[in-house]
Design a protein around this ligand. Structure first.
Ligand code: PMP
Length: 404
């Protein structure tokens, strides 16, 4: 694979920050966008812009075709059985909230158990806390071991008939841990629990097959996989989506409306009230085309190479603590330096043109578990390079000298 040429597809990477070449290692927060995605947005607004679905004129039909074609692309990317199982949302957060509100309000009752893990992003924790409050259900968590993996020895006691919801992150944004989602969903299914996987760090990074995983729902965001911000999807097994009440009421999600009552369209339209983010969806489609042109397996292998190099080199730094298992891991390394608070380190790195992220990474309970106020995180995508990893090491060595 010609990775140097692929890098040139990302015009933003070719710039100086504070007098140094930009090294963008904040991909787990949001990836950069290739030219083809940016051009797809411009093309839509310059040539096809119109509202979707209701129009009988040329532009509306073009916009509708472009918009709806993306549903199939998403379905194929994640192995859904049919494209009607894909609901467009603003991203992972909105997808989880949809399920934690609508599914939960219909099917959760007092005393039921919602089983999560100790490494969930707040967006797969707070919505369930709200659902528990509303329903009287009880929240439980699979604990995290010192090495950053889940303590699966607790499953026998935690995965009981009372568990009605099991939800966990596919790849942890704070540890890099790749959870055994297939095995976990099988255990959850065996006790009759509904399953939802948070795939924010997985889709576009590793091959994802929702049918092989065996989950009921799968949530992800476009902006971490080369698509625009504000767009993502919820996969839901069709029979489950069909059994659920609508979420937002409004245009597009109804068949017939009287002043008193309405009846609702079948999924996915039932969950997509109002004018959607048409450009965002088209951008998501362009991102999927782009990623497929490289190949998800090649992307996974490239990210694993960069991550392995970074992990090995970083473990040589004096006074560093690396969190999460060495391997397998997602494309990130989170760490704590004895000599510097993460915010101070990230500010120092910024003066050298290096974009890291420091803080709790929306996983405050996990930071408490590891007894750190926060961590610094370097996260990679396929357009990063070995030379950038070496440049980060130079900057981290300078930081150790500076702060010690
Ligand atoms: N889950 C995980 C594991 C994440 O990394 C993120 C983004 N940091 C989210 C959920 C939330 O994604 P979004 O903000 O795109 O809704």
């Amino acid at each position: 694979m010609d990775w140097p040429r692929i890098r040139t597809d990302f015009p933003i990477l070719d710039q100086q920050v504070h007098g140094h070449p930009l090294v963008y290692f904040d991909n787990a927060a949001s990836s950069q966008k290739p030219r083809s995605v940016i051009e797809a947005l411009v093309h839509y607004y310059q040539c096809d812009n119109a509202n979707v679905h209701r129009g009988l004129h040329e532009l509306s039909m073009r916009a509708t075709d472009a918009f709806e074609a993306v549903r199939g692309k998403v379905a194929r990317l994640i192995g859904a059985a049919r494209e009607e199982e894909i609901v467009f949302t603003r991203g992972t957060t909105e997808s989880v909230n949809l399920v934690a509100q609508i599914w939960a309000q219909q099917f959760l009752k007092a005393g039921d158990v919602i089983l999560l893990t100790g490494m969930e992003h707040h967006s797969n924790l707070v919505p369930w806390q709200l659902a528990a409050k509303r329903s009287g259900a009880v929240l439980k968590h699979i604990p995290v071991l010192e090495d950053g993996t889940l303590d699966l020895s607790t499953l026998d006691s935690l995965m009981t008939e009372q568990v009605k919801v099991f939800s966990c992150v596919h790849i942890s944004n704070s540890l890099g841990t790749m959870n055994p989602v297939r095995e976990l969903c099988a255990r959850a299914r065996a006790v009759g629990a509904m399953t939802l996987i948070d795939g924010a760090q997985a889709v576009g990074h590793v091959p994802v097959d929702v049918q092989a995983i065996g989950c009921d729902f799968y949530a992800f965001s476009g902006h971490k996989m080369c698509a625009p911000t504000g767009i993502g999807a919820l996969y839901g097994r069709y029979a489950l989506l069909e059994s659920m009440d609508p979420w937002h009421g409004g245009g597009e999600m109804i068949n017939r409306v009287t002043l008193e009552t309405s009846d609702y369209k079948a999924p996915p339209a039932r969950f997509e009230a109002g004018t959607p983010d048409i450009a965002g969806v088209i951008g998501l489609g362009a991102a999927i085309d782009y990623l497929n042109s490289i190949g998800i397996a090649a992307i996974e292998a490239r990210c694993a190479e960069l991550t392995k190099l970074a992990y090995t080199r970083m473990s040589e730094l004096p006074g560093i603590r690396l969190l999460g298992p060495e391997s397998p891991r997602g494309a990130l390394v989170a760490f704590a330096l004895e000599c510097a608070h993460p915010h101070d380190l990230v500010e120092f790195a910024n003066t050298q043109g290096l974009a890291l992220r420091g803080g709790h990474h929306c996983t405050q309970p996990l930071m408490k578990r590891f007894k750190v106020p926060g961590t610094s995180r370097a996260s990679f995508y396929f357009y990063n390079t070995e030379a950038e990893v070496e440049r980060m090491m130079d900057i981290l060595h300078q930081a150790v000298t500076f702060f010690s």
